[in-house]
Ligand binder design. Sequence first.
Ligand SMILES: *Cc1c(COP(=O)(O)O)cnc(C)c1O
Length: 494
Amino acid sequence: MALLYKSTRNPENVVSASQAILQGLAIDGGLYVPTEIPKADLDFAKLARQSYQEIAAQIMQLFLPDFSQEELSECIEQAYDQKFEDKEITPLVKAGDQYYLELFHGPTLAFKDIALSILPYLMKKAAQKNHSDKEIVILTATSGDTGKSAMEGFANVENTQIIVFYPENGVSPIQKRQMLTQKGKNTSVAAIEGNFDDAQTKVKQLFNDENLRAKMARNNKVFSSANSINIGRLVPQIVYYVYAYSRLVKSGEIKNGEEINVSVPTGNFGNILAGFYAKKIGVPIRHLICASNQNNVLTDFFQTGNYDRNRPFYVTSSPSMDILVSSNLERLIFYLTKEDSKQTTKLMKELNENGKYTITPEMKEGLTDFLADFASEKETSQTVRKMYERSNYVIDPHTAVATCVAEKYQEKEELSTVVLSTASPYKFPQSVLQAIKKQATTKEDFAALEEVKQYVDRPLPESIQELEHAKINHKVKISAEQMTAYVEKVLDLS
Ligand SMILES: *Cc1c(COP(=O)(O)O)cnc(C)c1O
């Protein structure tokens, strides 16, 4: 039987891959997961000779069987072209004791570009396949990087609109400016008073608001999501785990079949979940290392089995990981319950009502694929400096969190470790500069950029250079309560 997708909260809610991409979130509030793990026959000696795009076509076909190989190849060609600075798309670089998979060579300098440059094309094809002429409206809450990356992907794509919400004081000056200067008639951005979780919770409510849904239908529009709850985001991310392993084999750094660890700077649990699927289809990964910053709710969860979001929220130097409710964890929970949707629903309800839940001892035994730890702000900064001093390699704070946690385990487990490098150091120049110079700076992000340039042995991308003087196109600031009204106004719903 072909691979389909079912909701984590209702096994009878089954849809095709293209329908799952169109819907984003399941109507019952659950997340779509594949009905089975596809059988892959990964021949890494062969994959080592193939391009990123060729590997992408094979891996995505496994998870999206109702797309033809031609359709996927067309999407892949449109997504992974010159808008990526590096021909390899996600080059693997050795520095210090680790291998860095650089996922930040796309248009917005963060790893979200890998999935979000292909998602609009997948959605367009999915709409055609399902004979839908409805306008697709993307609603997205962002901790900084998703918003810009999604707007960049969807800007001026016909029959789509995109509305982005970001926490007013939770993103870096460069991230904010990237969003506010976004072009494209079909893009809207609003700052929200509150943090990322407030914005994300409200976006989820909007998706499930029946009144709003009915109004949308009357206006021939339908909501979808560009957040990592959409399997159209997850599947393209599985590709680079396969790619990374193929390059380690190609360069002779490891023997074909040898196990590796992968350290992932984690927020919403999307990136690492893609790694979990990569492991399931046969990439020889022993441990997926879940690296958190000071908002270490996941570290506690993996170590104790208790998930508890009732704790202080910290604004850190790695803002894209400042998250206390990691949406994609629901998919892992579903697997830990051995695909029991009743139990999954119950735990998610507890999370919603009390902000916490505890998994059973049997479920906890299923966590052997993962290791988890966190890096404090001080450790993060020290790691940036150490990498520069020892290896002349400049990393951003998110990547530093993953490096720091990887090192904690490398002392115990002698395996080659791939660190996922999720953002360019140019995206967080102030933190990088303070770390390298070992002193606070009064410089604003743009002034800091000029100075960071001298440490990074890669030119400043034009998209960042232009940013300081680009025209501001978006100025809206609202409370979370006003989001419904804002959406209705933008979409002119009656
Ligand atoms: C989004 C993001 C993360 C976290 O990824 P998740 O898939 O949400 O876990 C880490 N680093 C950067 C730079 C990001 O933009």
